[in-house]
Design a protein around this ligand. Structure first.
Ligand SMILES: [Mn+2]
Length: 454
């Protein structure tokens, strides 16, 4: 749980960045239609959630400073017995100040008029223009009202400043409470991956990709995470070579690998784990060789994941390991340096090594920073959480030896940067060939004991 006091501190930190007589606006997300009059499961806007912990649609947070005095105001949906019978409970403006530790709260129905009053005479409006279309519309309407008001009666803010870079910077560094939630989210996701491995081992030739996804989602829910943080990817055989494959419709085939990229969302925070394992529980020789190569690349990259180093350094190391390995296996030819230079590995490792992780699965935060005289790769620092996820994908029609074709492998962990180096939040998800084969042989009705390799 993120303590309510932490939300107060986050708002205070943001308030510290605004001047006297400034106003700062953050809108919640709206519901999104799925079909006709039904909606997708509601997902709160991450910035709004980060600042309030409030999970209802159609709300606004207003922060202002007047004569040095800070104030936090929440606008939220009005209490409405009929709407609540049909669509669910609402906190309501009366209960919001205590529940969310804001100074005051008003019904959303008063927002449009209140916004004109609140903006009148302010110096700077801090707002993420272009972030949410409905919010832009409301803010622009209020600004236009002020600007068209008879002279001297009303004054619109002099300028608009974007809040995003400040919020991104705050969100990039996780507090101990956030790390604890992310660890819990990671733990749930680890168990889900283990569950899928066991299901696959016990249902060889009799399971579909979406059924492995169901095993994953079952574990999420039973452990208290309502939903995945993103659409679960279960790609068996060739499908693993489609990076964002989410159809999950094929039957698993003995002898194939299956790649699962899935993570739970817990209290808004994402886990993002990928594991690749043999449908039957035993790697074939070519599969094992490529798998070990991806694992070696990940372990080599992790060596340099620590404060002061950059994600680009780690990327370069993983690229070298993968490229050399592909040369050794005869999948690429020629010298390492030239292959790296010409980026020949991109045919087989075409995505980045990792990304920030947090409230968004591809979390916010700049990957480059400006120094006095240049833009440089951002050094890692304690409190950052990122994924480390090298992969090798050999397309079914790749011009390589047949034994490699149609194999897709990714290994992804979630890593917290600490003072001393890093901590892998997802360390318990089986990752070595030995550990995966051991886990997947446990649950078999009868084991022959030999892991036959083609
Ligand atoms: Mn990822």
């Amino acid at each position: 749980m993120i303590p309510i006091q932490e939300y107060v501190q986050r708002r205070q930190r943001l308030l510290d960045t605004i001047g006297d007589n400034d106003i700062l606006l953050v809108s919640a997300a709206q519901e999104v239609t799925r079909s006709n009059d039904t909606e997708y499961t509601f997902r709160q806007d991450s910035h709004f959630f980060y600042l309030t912990g409030f999970n209802e649609p159609d709300a606004w947070l207003v922060l202002l400073k007047e004569q040095g005095e800070a104030e936090s105001i929440l606008f939220c949906r009005d209490k409405d017995p009929t709407a609540e019978i049909w669509h669910g409970r609402r906190l309501g403006a009366d209960a919001a100040p205590e529940a969310l530790a804001v100074d005051t709260s008003y019904p959303l129905s008063e927002l449009a008029d209140a916004l004109v009053q609140l903006l009148d005479g302010k110096q700077v409006m801090h707002f993420a223009m272009g972030h949410l279309a409905h919010a832009d519309e409301l803010v622009l309407a209020a600004m236009n009202k002020l600007r068209s008001a008879p002279k001297q009666s009303k004054v619109a803010p002099v300028s608009i400043t974007d809040t995003r870079s400040r919020l991104h910077e705050m969100r990039l560094f996780k507090s101990p409470a956030e790390v604890a939630v992310m660890q819990a989210s990671a733990d749930i996701s680890v168990r889900a991956h283990q569950r899928a491995m066991l299901y696959s081992a016990t249902h060889v030739d009799n399971a579909f990709e979406y059924q492995l996804a169901a095993e994953i989602h079952h574990e999420f829910a039973m452990a208290g995470a309502h939903s995945p943080a993103y659409n679960t990817i279960v790609g068996s055989g060739d499908n693993a070579c489609i990076l964002h494959y989410t159809e999950n419709s094929d039957r698993l085939t003995k002898g194939d690998l299956v790649l699962i990229d899935a993570g739970a969302e817990l209290e808004g925070y994402a886990a993002d784990i990928t594991r690749t394992f043999p449908v039957s529980g035993c790697f074939s020789k070519p599969q094992a060789k490529l798998y070990q190569l991806v694992l070696d690349a990940q372990l080599a990259a992790l060596e340099v994941i620590k404060p002061g180093n950059t994600l680009v350094q780690a990327t370069n190391i993983s690229v070298k390991v993968i490229t050399q390995g592909l040369i050794d296996l005869g999948i690429l030819s020629g010298e390492l340096a030239q292959n790296v230079q010409e980026k020949t590995y991109r045919e087989f490792f075409m995505h980045g090594l990792g990304h920030w992780l947090g409230l968004d699965v591809h979390d916010v935060g700049d990957y480059k920073i400006k120094t006095a005289d240049a833009t440089v790769d951002r050094p890692l620092a304690p409190g950052m959480v990122l994924t480390v996820e090298p992969g090798i994908y050999i397309a079914p029609d790749a011009k390589v030896d047949e034994c490699w074709r149609g194999i897709g492998i990714r290994i992804e962990d979630n890593v917290l940067i600490t003072e001393k180096g890093h901590e892998i939040l997802t360390i318990k998800a089986p990752k070595t060939i030995t550990d995966i084969e051991a886990l997947m042989s446990l649950n078999k009705p009868s084991s022959t004991g030999n892991s036959e390799r083609a």
